[in-house]
Write a protein that binds this ligand. Structure first.
Ligand code: IMP
Length: 437
């Protein structure tokens, strides 16, 4: 106690990194449980910028156990690049552990991701082209290469050959690509194995030990609920499960180890890549949110699609994840928008109205968010450190969200800085316990 899961409650990019970074200070371990280097976050500490794609945010605390769990897909080249970069910045990496059972993104996964998108043409998913989907597909086909395989040349060569064999027709266009040479690939990936060897471990016991000692363990999700391969807007989703249930599978703990589940949501909504987005704005207001919120991807640099806060989708996220608290980020971006619309239901063709997130793809593609207008505020809120510091209308906005979702808001973000956050009384179930542990 307590195991705390942090998940994206929207389409990713909600600002999970910052809250995980803050919680990590009190945690005994931080464990990433799914996704790969399709994710990305930036942390600014004392004027220095740190960018992560794979390594959990807690790494900035010297010696803190930071685990890349078995549910993550690892591009070793990217991971080694991150390790080298952090080392250059003087960061102690002694706490970094990579699950021996995590799957490895191989050069053919990158090529297949790109080729798959090209084949789809106008119907493309808009993936990050990091090889995530093909890697998870190999995992499910039992043709995956795992981190432990990087330590044994014979096994590695055999497994690469077996994985590439059925892909030959799909890889025909890349036959001359030097990255696909079996001998070279085996050598390169063995070398990556040697580099990663000090960090490779049997990782679930790290979580068990901390939980047995009643210490805080943070399970860090990537992407967001609506990108979940089962519960999101399929097929415009990622290839893993960003929902809270996956924390157990991707870290190796049982459901009873999870005490709290916090969902992260912006005070508005964004999405990258293709797919339904009922509250999307196609006008200058969308541009305004993009500019004010700096809504350009950390991983791909793509401009994010922007829209109003979508409470239909968030109510769904509360249920699918079993959220016990909401981390509301970027409230400051809404300053000066008055009145302030929020989507509370969807309208569909032929006068249909939806209070709940529609499961059917054809419906989902055609619904539009129906908004109610709340009074906005004009005061600068970036200095607020308690709910009382917020203008009345900003407080009412937070209260409206709590009432609509039926869960408390645990923190409110009012700016990009580490200190620009309001911790509400509802966060204390986690912060108080961990402080006294
Ligand atoms: P993939 O995960 O690269 O296969 O991409 C599948 C979909 O998930 C695309 O729409 C991506 O834009 C989206 N996606 C993947 N990772 C992230 C993320 O970290 N934030 C936001 N969207 C993401």
């Amino acid at each position: 106690m307590p195991g705390l899961v942090i998940v994206g409650a929207q389409w990713g990019d909600e600002g999970k990194g910052k809250v995980v970074d803050l919680l990590a200070e009190q945690a005994d371990a931080v464990i990433r449980f799914q996704g790969g280097n399709n994710a990305g976050h930036t942390i600014v500490r004392e004027g220095e910028t740190f960018k992560f794609h794979l390594i959990p945010s807690g790494i900035l605390y010297p010696g803190k156990p930071c685990v890349i769990g078995n549910g993550v897909v690892v591009d070793p080249q990217v991971l080694i690049g991150e390790i080298d970069g952090l080392r250059r910045q003087g960061i102690d990496l002694s706490g970094l552990r990579v699950s021996a059972n995590a799957h490895v993104i191989m050069p053919y996964h990158l090529l297949l991701d790109r080729a798959g998108e090209a084949r789809l043409g106008k119907r493309e998913i808009g993936t990050t082209k990091r090889g995530i989907g093909p890697c998870y597909a190999d995992k499910a086909s039992r043709l995956g290469i795992r981190v432990q395989d990087l330590l044994d040349e014979k096994i590695l060569r055999q497994k690469i050959a077996a994985a590439m064999e059925p892909k030959a027709p799909l890889l025909r266009d890349f036959i001359k690509d030097p990255s696909l040479d079996l001998h070279q690939m085996t050598e390169d990936y063995r070398a990556f194995g040697d580099r990663l060897a000090p960090h490779i471990a049997d990782t679930p016991p790290i979580a068990w030990d901390a939980l047995d000692r009643d210490r805080l363990v943070v399970f860090e999700g990537a992407q967001g609920t609506l990108l979940d391969i089962d519960h999101g807007t399929y097929p415009f989703v990622t290839s893993s499960n960003p929902v809270a249930g996956a924390a157990c599978v991707g870290a190796g703990v049982g459901p009873k180890s999870i005490d709290e589940v916090w969902g992260i949501s912006k005070a508005y909504c964004t999405r990258v890549g293709a797919g339904p987005f009922p509250s999307e704005l196609h006008d200058e207001m969308g541009d305004r949110l993009r500019e004010a919120g700096h809504e350009f991807g950390t991983t791909t640099g793509r401009a994010r699609r922007c829209g109003w806060l979508d409470l239909v989708a968030l109510r769904y996220a509360v249920r699918v994840n079993g959220l016990t608290g909401l981390v509301l980020t970027k409230l400051d971006v809404l300053t000066g928008i008055d009145p302030l619309p929020v989507a509370t239901s969807y309208s569909g063709p032929e006068g249909a109205s939806f209070e709940q997130f529609p499961y059917h793809q054809s419906v989902l593609h055609h619904v539009r968010g129906e908004t109610v207008e709340l009074p906005g505020w004009h005061e600068d809120i970036t200095g607020a450190r308690s709910l009382e510091d917020l203008p009345e209308n900003a407080r009412a906005y937070v209260a409206f969200i709590e009432e609509q979702l039926g869960i408390p808001v645990v923190t409110v973000g009012v700016g990009p800085g580490r200190e620009q956050i309001i911790w509400t009384e509802s966060a204390s179930s986690v912060t108080r316990q961990s402080a006294s542990a």
